[in-house]
Design a protein around this ligand. Structure first.
Ligand code: DAV
Length: 377
């Protein structure tokens, strides 16, 4: 039966949260090698070239934390949906290629972008993640059936032939000196070519009328241009940060409420971006150092900056990983109520509290938080 109370609506990451998707760790893989990504965990049983399911005990612990997080949200009256995992160990193929494994469905934020009443399926750029949208289709179908105003969109499915990747990228990039790496990041000369539009949804920070798209290891200029044309009523900006491994904007530049953005200072923002925020009366706050990840770095491709991968429940309330007490103290000083959530075990499955979720409904309407123009913004 259709549930007429369902409604897709979210314009930013801070309005009061009513309905959210929370990922699952089931069956997550250390993916088989492919041009866009190579896992190399020699000390943890997965040296370069090998692949297979994440260890069962790690998956169980991550799922326990994800389920507990879902429970915390539900007890606050927030509706929670979950994806439907596939057999991620299976080989997948298109007419252009065959890939020995898929990945998982812990970080739905990477795949789905909610803008107003629209949910957009991102292109993705890993062959192992090409079919990941299928894990979210049951929820999307339900939303489409229930909400007559929901816009269900999918960006053009990419070909992901060898033409989409710079040959031998990882072999050379891993060896070049830091300064050269940063120069390549600034020029966006990374693993993806411009053969076709490619983006992950998690490279986009939503601030009402302004969408900030990070050019990264998984988002190219063509992907940014596609997004700009797809959202003609928004101001869509391409941004980069000084970060040798740019992967998703939500551990780097995290808007927490109108007028306040949390910034990972180890990854400096372009001065023009900072100035754009400042002339619009936003404060750019440098986050304190993350807590230790010593016991939870096994098989992880994320950095300790998952600390700032925060989920807002409303403009005054934020979910923060429970070990990040210094960050929590910092946020309390800015007037936030902090909900501590144990989430360390989820990190190796692809992210933190923001990565693990997708907004389906928040109260609120489209607003312009940046009335003043600056530079290219
Ligand atoms: O910056 O450590 C976070 C990835 C979130 N999906 C980082 C990557």
């Amino acid at each position: 039966m259709n549930d007429r109370t369902l409604r897709v609506n979210s314009w930013n990451g801070w309005d009061p949260l009513r309905h959210v998707l929370v990922g699952r760790a089931d069956g997550t893989m250390v993916q088989a090698p492919e041009p866009a990504v190579q896992r190399d965990f020699p000390d943890d049983g997965f040296p370069l070239g090998s692949y297979g399911p994440m260890p069962a005990e790690m998956t169980a612990e991550a799922n326990e934390q994800l389920d507990d997080f879902a429970g915390i949200l539900q007890r606050r009256g927030i509706r929670v949906d979950r994806p439907t995992p596939l057999d991620f160990s299976q080989q997948v193929a298109t007419p252009d290629w065959t890939q020995e494994s898929m990945f998982g469905c812990m970080p739905p934020r990477d795949v789905l972008l909610t803008v107003g009443n629209e949910i957009l399926e991102a292109t993705m750029c890993y062959r192992s993640r090409w079919f990941e949208y299928l894990a979210y289709r049951p929820v999307l179908q339900q939303l489409f059936d229930a909400d007559p105003n929901m816009r269900w969109e999918a960006a053009p499915k990419p070909r992901l032939t060898d033409a989409s990747y710079r040959p031998g990228f990882w072999e050379t990039y891993n060896k070049v000196p830091l300064a050269e790496k940063l120069e390549r990041v600034r020029n966006h000369d990374l693993v993806l070519t411009e053969a076709e539009p490619l983006f992950d949804a998690a490279d986009i920070a939503r601030c009402g009328k302004d969408l900030f798209v990070q050019l990264s290891l998984v988002t190219n200029r063509s992907g940014y241009r596609w997004l700009k044309r797809h959202f003609p009523d928004h101001r869509v900006h391409a941004v980069t940060f000084t970060n040798t491994h740019p992967l998703h904007i939500d551990a780097t530049w995290v808007p927490l409420r109108p007028g306040l953005v949390l910034h990972c200072g180890e990854r400096p923002a372009e001065p023009e971006l900072v100035k754009y925020y400042e002339i619009n009366d936003w404060e750019v706050v440098e986050a304190v150092q993350p807590a230790s990840w010593k016991h939870y770095q096994r098989l992880s491709f994320c950095s300790p900056w998952l600390a700032v991968n925060i989920l807002n429940l409303d403009p005054q309330t934020v979910c923060v990983e429970e070990t990040e007490v210094r960050l929590a103290d910092q946020l309390v000083k800015y007037g936030f109520e902090v909900v501590p959530v144990p989430f360390r075990a989820v990190g190796p499955f692809g992210g933190g509290l923001h990565c693990a979720t997708v907004d389906i409904e928040r109260d609120g309407v489209l607003e312009d938080y940046f009335p003043h123009r600056y530079g290219r913004f």
